[in-house]
Design a protein around this ligand. Structure first.
Ligand code: CA
Length: 457
């Protein structure tokens, strides 16, 4: 339970606000410049989608919203919806997609809201919308209700390791040589330093799951640090960090720049796992339900566009542009088209249609639909590591029903003419299976917790 009282003040030195963050980021390898502050630029201003005829039922209450994003592939549906005109197609003609210096800045900006110079919502790791709704990470623990509206993507993330650890058995399964090696570093007084991009959320969960599956206790045997995604390459270069977990293009960049190798893709740890989400302030959604659905329709169309093989080169070009990620296009194009170089004598992963980042559909069905069962896993995993109190599970359903607005996703999908077969009929995706044989049954999260050998709770 020690982590539950996590204080946002720990962050303030690195994540104060986009202004300070931007200064910090400018000196780092592959970091986006900040033309016009934190606002995103426009790679190809000409919108291509033809606007639909709006009816009184579909005319948005406002044409304007400000959505934050972090420059990793998870943001693609928001950027593509803007650049390809899918937001405008449904009447949202003034959507601003705004680059956030890091997750702490995104949290701060949604807390203040767009009217006060912040953002209305955007891209989030899980369970950040829950933590913000419950006042766990906010100033003075104020509760800012947020609604989870869609999942942006699955997969596309990985765990990168610095080159000095080549040949030490640091692969997907750490049992044996890898575990012995990591424990030996602790013995020697130089514990293995692994970074995530924000505590108590996806990247923190993936790296902890990976260690714990091998019997390495992430709370005792290694040091887990928080490093903004865009700084990870620089930190690995300077040797202040041994491993990190984040989304592309950063893992691919590590290998392309010969700084490190990939121990595992998240697609290997948990195939078709839930990754990042679109969530917006509840007050904004309550005031603008039709605009919310228009945004959802634009995002859904962008997600379908992003999954098409023939669109990947254009997608890489748009995302890599100076106004967005500002990275060499090849670094983004490789994982989207030919797959991942893993390094350290591991076979390359080439089946991008199966193990790459996916936005609309995967082997389990809908990617875009926000399954409540996935939110429950994030809450359960939060209890596992002591990020949320044990009582969370007893109240989880009520909390999920409040935050997860899959009903709006379904209404928007129907309005957009999405095929019936692509609209899930259950809010649960059913039993989830992990690479180490563990299973999460949403009907019995406690059984999952009981099955785990290493946990804080
Ligand atoms: Ca991620």
């Amino acid at each position: 339970m020690s982590n539950f009282s996590f204080s946002r003040r720990k962050f303030l030195s690195t994540a104060v606000a986009s202004g300070a963050g931007a200064v910090l980021l400018k000196g780092c390898v592959g970091n986006p410049p900040e033309p016009g502050g934190a606002a995103g630029g426009s790679a190809s201003p000409a919108a291509e989608a033809t606007p639909v005829a709006l009816t009184p039922e579909t005319t948005p209450e406002t044409t304007k919203i400000k959505l934050g994003y972090i420059p990793i592939v998870e943001a693609a549906p928001l950027i593509i919806a803007k650049e390809k005109g899918f937001f405008a197609k449904y009447g949202m003609t003034d959507v601003e997609v705004s680059k956030q210096a890091n997750w702490g800045s995104a949290r701060d900006n949604v807390e203040i809201g767009a009217d006060a110079g912040g953002i209305d919502g955007g891209q989030w790791q899980m369970p950040m919308p829950y933590r913000i709704s419950e006042g766990l990470d906010t100033k003075n623990n104020v509760k800012i209700p947020m609604y989870v509206l869609a999942q942006l993507n699955t997969q596309g993330n990985g765990i990168a390791i610095a080159n000095k650890h080549i040949g030490k058995g640091l692969g997907l399964d750490l049992k044996g040589a890898g575990k012995d090696y990591i424990l030996s570093l602790k013995q020697a007084g130089t514990p293995f330093k692994a970074a995530q991009t924000f505590p108590n959320a996806n990247q923190d969960f993936w790296i902890r799951y990976w260690f714990a599956a091998a019997g390495i206790n992430p709370g005792q045997d290694v040091d887990i640090l928080t490093v903004p995604a865009a700084q990870t390459v620089a930190n690995m270069k300077t040797g202040t960090m041994d491993a990190f977990s984040t989304g592309d293009p950063w893992p691919a960049r590590i290998v392309a720049d010969n700084i490190g190798f990939m121990s595992a893709l998240t697609a290997e740890i948990w195939p078709n796992h839930p990754e990042e989400y679109l969530a917006i302030r509840g007050d904004w959604v309550d005031k603008n339900p039709k605009a919310t659905k228009a945004i959802l329709k634009g995002v859904m169309e962008a997600q379908q566009w992003c999954d098409k093989t023939e669109n990947k080169p254009e997608m890489a070009k748009i995302l890599s542009g100076a106004g967005y990620f500002n990275v060499p296009v090849a670094v983004l194009e490789a994982p989207l088209t030919v797959g991942y170089k893993m390094g350290d004598n591991k076979a390359d992963i080439k089946d991008v249609a199966k193990q790459g980042v996916l936005y609309w559909k995967d082997a389990r069905g809908s990617v875009s639909y926000p399954y409540k069962s996935h939110d429950l896993w994030f809450l359960t995993e939060s209890v596992r590591w002591g990020f949320m109190p044990k009582e969370t599970l007893a109240n989880a359903q009520a909390l999920i029903d409040k935050v997860n607005r899959e009903d709006l996703w379904k209404e928007a999908a129907k309005e957009a003419g999405i095929a019936e077969a692509d609209i899930p009929t259950s809010t649960s995706r059913g039993v989830e299976k992990f690479f180490d044989g563990k299973e999460f049954d949403p009907e019995n999260p406690q059984a999952y917790l009981d099955s785990l050998e290493i946990k804080a709770a």
